[in-house]
Design a protein around this ligand. Structure first.
Ligand code: GTR
Length: 335
């Protein structure tokens, strides 16, 4: 009996710690290394633009909440490629987070055309209710099959036409103008329906194309017109507000599937919290952009009759929204 208790003491005092301590060490250091995460994020705007600032807010929150374990590096100004290129890279897992516009996404998930239909949203408030609500969530589901996780929608205001030739006051004034569009069928058809010539080129090429006369105009929100320098050549901006197409924060599904449930939750929350921040910055930059345009001698045409513009979009609805009748009705019914 005394012998047995001696053995027991030896086992507990010497052998057990010998076995357990290394295991504790391995698992703790292992866990620490395993969980260190670096996320690569892309945006095609410069650092000060609201969308990039939104991503930087996300990065700040992730760093804080994970106590420095998660680092999100934001690459602005299309450093990781044009919008189309970065979308592919995100699908392939080369980029983890990507803030892009919905228009190019309509080429991948056609259901998103519902958000890219001309004059579909009545106001910013209407759009927020739709994209942040059930319909937005439903559309996000389609992204999963295509290799993306949708984390939320940022504001992009309204897109209108600007050009270097003449002030556009009616649909007829657009006739024959070479207008740059995003590489999406729906926007190409929209510009055709208005009698202009759509030229699909990447966002990065617009500045030079305007300067060299390859294109005579483009369409975008006030801030893009200003920050990308397009206003230097295309001095006439017509507030026809044909599109209110939101931006989206995409996450690569390939990378997403490797993350722990806790980290996924953290990333979702950081994206969510960056949204009101981005939207506040958005309101401010629109006003500032208009001021800058006027101060530099641009002409802003606001008093146009939108009726004929809306009417001219009927073929776009016939071609692109015939399979989306239900969702279009539901969007219109949101109050
Ligand atoms: C901007 C958008 C960019 C890009 C651009 C374009 O409004 O923020 O990401 O989509 O439009 O026209 O290519």
């Amino acid at each position: 009996m005394p012998d047995l208790s001696k053995k027991t003491i030896i086992i507990f005092a010497v052998l057990v710690p010998m076995l357990i301590l290394p295991l504790i060490y391995i698992s703790s250091t292992g866990r620490r290394e395993e969980k260190k995460i670096v996320l690569k994020a892309a945006d095609d705007h410069e650092l000060t633009y609201p969308t990039t600032q939104g991503l930087l807010k996300m990065a700040e929150l992730l760093k804080k909440w994970s106590h420095g374990r998660i680092t999100m590096i934001v690459y602005p100004s299309a450093q990781l490629g044009s919008e189309r290129e970065t979308i592919k890279k995100t699908r392939d897992g080369e980029i983890d987070i990507n803030r892009v516009n919905i228009n190019p996404i309509t080429q991948i998930v056609p259901q998103f055309k519902a958000f890219a239909l001309p004059y579909i949203f009545r106001s910013a408030g209407h759009m927020h209710k739709v994209v942040d609500g059930e319909i937005g969530k439903e559309l996000m589901e389609y992204l999963k099959k295509k290799g993306f996780i949708g984390l939320g929608f940022y504001d992009s205001g309204q897109r209108s036409f600007y050009n270097s030739v003449r002030p556009i006051r009616s649909v007829a004034d657009l006739k024959g103008l070479r207008i740059r569009v995003q590489k999406a069928e729906i926007t190409i058809d929209m510009v055709k329906a208005l009698g202009a010539i759509p030229i699909p080129i990447s966002f990065e090429e617009v500045y030079t194309a305007l300067r060299t006369g390859v294109i005579q105009g483009a369409e975008n929100n006030y801030p893009s017109w200003i920050t990308k320098g397009h206003f230097e050549t295309a001095k006439y901006y017509t507030q026809d507000e044909h599109l209110r197409v939101p931006e989206i924060i995409l996450f690569s599904k390939k990378r997403w599937d490797t993350l722990s449930p806790d980290d996924k939750e953290l990333i979702k929350r950081a994206a969510e919290e960056s949204i009101p921040y981005q939207r506040k910055l958005w309101e401010k930059i629109v006003e500032k952009s208009k001021e800058k345009a006027l101060a530099t001698g641009c002409e802003i045409i606001t008093n146009i009759d939108k009726g004929p513009f809306i009417k001219a979009m009927e073929p776009v609805y016939r071609k692109h929204a015939s399979k989306l009748k239900d969702i279009v009705k539901r969007i219109q019914a949101v109050r």
